[in-house]
Design a protein around this ligand. Structure first.
Ligand code: SAH
Ligand code: SF4
Length: 361
């Protein structure tokens, strides 16, 4: 286990051989605890309507340059069923944050429909922001079993600097706790390279993940978006540095948290065409290909230069398959690929360390 000082030392590594060694240790840990199987979560970006105003995000409510859209219930279900037919074990339903009853009811119907039409076989992860305990519970009872809610940073001051006053870290943490209490596999993560963020903040983030006993991590480099208040930092943001720091964060999390699921996020690929493969080699084991219709992708730009904008889901699947094979890994088709950590946390006696057979559908 690394101390805070040791985490900072690793995050500051500059020497190529040192960094390589860090990634090798992370990869060894990954093979030991989760294997070399990559699990796909097809992501459906179902709406860019958002009631929040995070200063870094391209679809924040105050950005009037965005054309807003909302997929219909049928479109969402059809996208999910495409994933099912193409042997993806799970989907992620993601959108801007809304908490009105109509939205909550729509998601409830969508979960039910996906579960029914896939005979309960397609796993469902949600990434729909802050909701009430009741709403989380209702969605869980319908069959969603993982939830990704990034805390963005564990530092209160930095959180305040990145969000309007009515967005609070306290609320974010309270939601994360609700998710865990209800029984979800709980995922979180941070933005790496936020203006004002230090390596000490990032080390604290990793310690937070460990102490909170998180099951999954999805984190990535912060990337500028022109139509946001944070575009004033455009000359200070070093995307390459954020990218390299993000890979080190993945590696350190793998070494310290061992049997959790870690996503190699699309934002990595926005900075480097081989970003997602590099994420896998640094210790990640999950990829989230976008499967919603290409006509919506341009309107769902959280950051600039989002990759795969004009590739349809079929092309995305083929391209990712080749990418995964190119680094000697295999894809866990038709498997949920649940976090082994979650299984151990919930049932320490019967948990299998081997992820390969867990959650097969
Ligand atoms: N509205 C939901 C889900 C969609 S946003 C939520 O906020 O949880 C999903 C993630 O996109 C956020 O958690 C944030 O970390 C990330 N994101 C937003 N703007 C970004 C940017 N400029 N660069 C990189 N990631 C960004
Ligand atoms: Fe909305 Fe999520 Fe973007 Fe914040 S990060 S503005 S909640 S979509």
């Amino acid at each position: 286990m690394f101390s805070k000082k040791e985490i900072i030392e690793r995050l500051s590594m500059r020497d190529e051989n040192d960094v390589k060694e860090l990634f090798t240790e992370a990869y060894r840990t990954k093979l030991q605890f989760v294997g070399n199987k990559v699990f796909f979560r097809g992501i459906v970006e179902l709406s860019n309507l958002c009631t929040k105003d995070c200063y870094y995000c391209g679809i924040r409510k105050s950005n009037l340059n965005v054309q807003r859209y909302e997929m219909t219930k049928e479109e969402v279900v059809e996208s999910a069923l495409w994933a099912y037919k193409n042997s993806y074990g799970s989907v992620v339903l993601q959108s801007g944050e809304r908490s009105d009853p109509k939205f909550a009811a729509m998601i409830t119907d969508v979960i039910r429909e996906i579960k029914t039409r896939s005979q309960g076989k397609l796993g469902i992860t949600l990434s729909l922001g802050e909701q009430t305990h009741d709403t989380y519970k209702r969605w869980y009872d319908e069959g969603a079993h993982r939830y990704l809610l990034r805390i963005e940073t564990s530092n209160e001051q930095l959180y305040k600097a990145c969000h309007p006053q009515d967005h609070t870290l306290e609320q974010r943490l309270s939601c994360l706790k609700d998710l865990k209490d209800i029984g979800y596999q709980a995922g979180t993560g941070v933005l790496i390279g936020l203006p004002g963020q230090t390596l000490e903040h990032l080390a604290d983030d990793i310690i937070f993940f460990k102490e909170f006993d998180i099951d999954m991590i999805g984190m990535g480099p912060y990337i500028i978006h022109a139509d946001t208040p944070f575009s004033i930092h455009r000359n200070d943001v070093n995307h390459r540095y954020n990218f390299e720091t993000a890979l080190k964060m993945i590696a350190i999390c793998r070494i310290m948290l061992k049997d959790i699921n870690i996503a190699s996020t699309t934002a990595l690929q926005a900075i480097d065409p081989l970003g997602r493969e590099m994420g896998l080699q640094a210790g990640a084991n999950i990829i989230m290909p976008i499967i919603s219709d290409t006509k919506y992708r341009e309107m769902y730009q959280l950051y600039q230069d989002k990759p795969c904008m004009d590739e349809n889901a079929d092309q995305c699947r083929d391209c990712l398959g080749r990418r995964v094979a190119s680094i000697g890994e295999t894809i866990g088709f038709n498997e949920w690929g649940d976090s082994p950590h979650y299984k151990k946390r919930r049932d320490p006696k019967n948990a299998k360390v081997d992820n390969v057979t867990d959650g097969s559908c």
